[in-house]
Design a protein around this ligand. Structure first.
Ligand SMILES: Nc1ncnc2c1ncn2[C@@H]1O[C@H](COP(=O)(O)OP(=O)(O)O)[C@@H](O)[C@H]1O
Ligand SMILES: [Mg+2]
Length: 224
């Protein structure tokens, strides 16, 4: 696919668990087009988070190839992957994953600094403003509600203007009102920056906002 930003070919994932090798994903082939919003649905334990980790270069595939923005993630070492993630991927998790010893501003500015932005703190401030947290920049994660922490996580993920945004059940720890606000922000950021969005969700109404939905079952792609 010529305008594909992410391409998986015969990807498999096996991990060594306590009880031996566990096969988690089998023979996944998939193309994600530039600008697409892709919903990933399926039962608990079907491999959704694992697949997202592979797409984000946070986990290495056991077999197959993953190409992102034309680069082969499966051929990269840890350093190369980390650099690639910093410049091209933004990830939002269900449990926020903010650094507890850093303020909201520091949480957002740090990845910008790592990416070499000279004005990291000014940009971080603007990003926090854009998610409605301009007055909370000096607060620590434990001084914020879940919805506010997730807004910081969104600002952190989108600040470096990644081409690919990955979200793993981003509303899973939030009530309906806060969850809806996060989704509006997430899609708003995506629209503004033209990123490709891949979102794992349990919620059918969220999946319905995506331009395409794919399903996983027992580690295999399933017609959704
Ligand atoms: N580090 C790991 N070691 C062994 N098994 C794992 C590990 N992480 C996940 N699994 C297993 O992989 C399967 C898929 O997990 P996951 O990707 O988290 O599914 P989902 O996000 O759809 O709930 C589950 O059976 C889970 O128990
Ligand atoms: Mg999961």
């Amino acid at each position: 696919m010529p305008d594909s930003v992410l391409s998986l070919r015969n990807v498999a994932l096996s991990l060594d668990g306590n009880a031996g090798k566990v096969d988690i994903l089998h023979d996944i082939s998939l193309d994600v087009a530039s600008g697409e919003t892709l919903g990933l649905v399926g039962p608990s334990g079907s491999g959704k988070s694992s697949l997202l980790m592979l797409m984000g270069g946070l986990e290495q595939a056991s077999a197959g190839t993953i190409t992102a923005m034309g680069e082969d993630l499966t051929a990269m070492n840890e350093d190369q992957l980390a650099r690639f993630r910093r410049s091209h991927m933004g990830v939002v998790f269900q449990s926020f994953h903010l650094i507890p010893t850093m303020t909201a501003l520091e949480n957002v500015a740090t990845p910008l600094e790592l990416a070499g932005a000279p004005d990291a703190f000014d940009r971080a401030r603007a990003e926090l403003d854009a998610v409605g947290l301009g007055a909370r920049v000096d607060h620590y994660p434990n001084q914020m509600s879940g919805g506010e922490q997730q807004r910081v996580a969104l600002a952190r993920a989108s600040a470096p203007r990644p081409r690919i945004l990955l979200a793993d059940e981003p509303t899973g720890n939030l009530d309906e009102t806060n969850g809806a606000a996060i989704i509006d922000l997430l899609f708003g950021l995506r629209d503004r920056h033209g990123a490709t969005l891949i979102m794992v969700t349990h919620a059918r109404d969220l999946a319905a906002r995506c331009s395409r939905v794919i399903g996983l079952r027992d580690g295999r792609l399933d017609a959704a």
